[in-house]
Ligand binder design. Structure first.
Ligand code: GAP
Length: 435
């Protein structure tokens, strides 16, 4: 059973994972800032994605394209005409809703009145701005609503310079912007968010097979990183749900506190995008297979995940409450690779000789792992804080350490404690903290 929504939002705020943006000015709705722990967690999620999608593979390379792109990109991709949601407004209370997300399409969830909606209007989700000092229709540019188009327009640049042969992929992590009608559920749906997308280019005859493989690979990624298999599922899109570019799509869904919702879409985008850019730009984005002596427009399989949304799901999934000696212990059982802090080093007291050893141990470990030194409060309270932020190991420096050069290592999940010589500590932790 997933954790209650308010509990996890409160934890995220209290421990400094996520803050409301512009809080000192009353907050900017639907925009969030990631605090010290949230930044580490988000970075770890992105690093793990990059590791599995790029570093561990020969057939995928990375890209970091600009957020601002020529308006023609969005004309060609269909975003200017088709990237919209149906918007209705309640005549009674003036609340605006996304029609396709309403449980009852006749009843306003804000005021409860029925039959008060205006006719649905297609509302384009692209954020508009102007490039240069003059605000005119001639210099309109858009903030990208997906990272994917930056990949398509660089297909030939990357293929040529990285000397890639089909099948191959181009991966990108970065910010995207959508003027969502109804942002909400904390960082789940925001107007500024981060995506992790990969476009895998294949021969059209191999697209179906590659699609199946990527659906399986991506589903497995979440489970390998500790997400509970019963809280994650694959759902195939019905034909009427498919995006304007997609031939088939599976969503990876997570059981959020409000029900099943999307983490990632894996789509067969066919040759839609490359063909559209060939047509609009006049450039040759076809692929020539020398061995087969064949020229064609590759098909694209796209696993597109939300980095911020996925981070939120990992946070929810890791949250556990346990009864220990009549007290409730809150623990974030994050997979160690995702944990913001890997090792906390805690001197039993603030006495200078203990703090000195603590600093030495910290300096020994900080080159490899994100660590934290905490000298405040009782050791019990410090353990509770580290449990609540998901630190897999706490290393305690006590008075015996001064005599025997050993420290106590406490495991977050079992609470078992091992006494380890300082000289063996790195090896001990290395065995337990995978890359
Ligand atoms: N290039 C395809 C594409 O962008 P999408 O399903 O619209 O597909 C991919 O987006 C992922 O990006 C989603 O599965 C979700 O995790 C994330 N995402 C989309 N809109 C979001 C929003 N408003 N806030 C947070 N994450 C969002």
């Amino acid at each position: 059973m997933p954790v209650d929504f308010d509990t996890i939002v409160n934890l995220a705020k209290k421990r400094g994972f996520v803050f409301q943006s512009s809080e000192i000015y009353g907050g900017l709705r639907s925009a969030y800032d990631y605090g010290p722990l949230g930044t580490e967690l988000l970075r770890n999620v992105k690093d793990q994605w990059w590791r599995s999608m790029v570093r561990m593979r020969d057939d995928v390379v990375g890209l970091d394209s600009a957020i601002l792109q020529a308006p023609e990109v969005w004309e060609a991709s269909g975003h200017l005409t088709s990237f919209s949601d149906p918007l209705v407004e309640c005549r009674e209370c003036n609340a605006r809703h996304r029609l396709d997300k309403l449980k009852d399409t006749n009843k306003c969830p804000t005021c409860g009145n029925s039959d008060t909606f205006t006719e649905p209007k297609e509302f384009n989700l692209m954020f508009k701005t102007h490039m240069g000092p003059v605000e005119s229709e001639d210099n309109v540019v858009y903030l990208r609503p997906e990272t994917a188009q930056g990949i398509f327009i660089n297909f030939e640049n990357v293929r040529r310079t990285a000397r890639m042969k089909l099948p191959f992929g181009i991966a990108q992590i970065g910010k995207s912007f959508r003027n969502e009608i109804t942002p909400g559920q904390f960082v789940f749906r925001t107007r500024e968010f981060e995506q992790m997308e990969m476009e895998y280019f294949v021969h059209p005859d191999h697209a179906a097979e590659a699609f199946d493989q990527w659906v399986e690979t991506r589903h497995k990624w979440y489970i390998d990183l500790g997400m509970s298999p019963e809280n994650i599922r694959l759902r195939e899109h019905d034909t009427d749900e498919l995006a304007h570019y997609a031939d088939g799509t599976y969503d990876v869904e997570y059981l959020f506190p409000w029900g099943w919702d999307e983490l990632e879409g894996i789509a067969n985008r066919t040759d839609f995008d490359l063909k559209a850019h060939i047509e609009r730009s006049g450039e040759d984005l076809t692929y020539f297979d020398q061995e087969a002596d064949e020229r064609f427009v590759p098909y694209v399989i796209e696993p597109a995940a939300g980095a911020t949304r996925t981070t939120f799901a990992f946070l929810i999934d890791a949250y556990t409450e346990e009864e220990v000696k009549g007290e409730t212990r809150s623990v974030l059982k994050l997979e160690p690779r995702l944990a913001p802090i890997k090792v906390a080093i805690l001197p039993l007291s603030k006495k200078p000789d203990l703090v000195d050893v603590t600093r030495k141990v910290a300096d020994m470990l900080r080159d490899r792992w994100q660590i934290e030194v905490d000298v405040t409060q009782s050791i019990g309270r410090r353990y509770r804080r580290q449990d609540e932020i998901g630190t897999p190991y706490c290393v305690t420096v006590d008075f015996d350490t001064l005599e025997d050069d050993q420290v106590t290592v406490r495991d977050r999940d079992t609470m078992a404690q091992d006494r380890i010589p300082i000289e063996s500590l790195t090896a001990y932790l290395q065995e337990r903290l995978p890359a």
